[in-house]
Design a protein around this ligand. Structure first.
Ligand SMILES: [Zn+2]
Length: 132
């Protein structure tokens, strides 16, 4: 008689697991190899309890895109794609104006940078990345 695969495999893997990770039996996460959802959550990776497969966690970082859909990163230089009146001032940020290297921040104005000597918060859809 042949034992059910899942049962015998599971017992085998359990005995091999050394470092205890956070056990996620109710997780929606499934193993890309065997599609079982008995997955261990390690700081840097996931580990399948059923077949022993390990895989990297995906970066959950927020992606900020400019007016043309290019992904922006800290330190990028951006350029205005349209004239924009600076809120609360009479200043206008002219189309084509370049920033100092930007910093990405949380909130609906994703970009924190200096432009024309002023510290400003910008929405990513009003700028484009300057190709280095
Ligand atoms: Zn698996």
């Amino acid at each position: 008689m042949i034992e059910p695969f899942a049962q015998s495999c599971g017992t085998l893997v359990l005995s091999l697991v050394g470092e205890p990770g956070l056990h996620l039996p109710m997780s929606d996460l499934t193993c890309p190899l065997c599609t079982m959802n008995d997955v261990l959550d390690h700081p840097e990776k996931y580990e399948c309890m059923t077949c022993g497969h390990e895989w990297e966690k995906e970066e959950q970082a927020r992606v900020v895109k400019d007016a043309h859909g290019n992904v922006l990163e800290n330190g990028d230089v951006v350029q205005m794609v349209k004239d924009l009146k600076l809120k609360g001032t009479s200043k206008v940020l002219k189309s084509g104006m370049k920033s100092k290297p930007i910093r990405l921040v949380d909130g609906d104005h994703e970009i924190d940078c200096k432009m024309d000597g002023m510290s400003i918060a910008l929405k990513a859809l009003f700028v484009k990345k300057v190709q280095k």
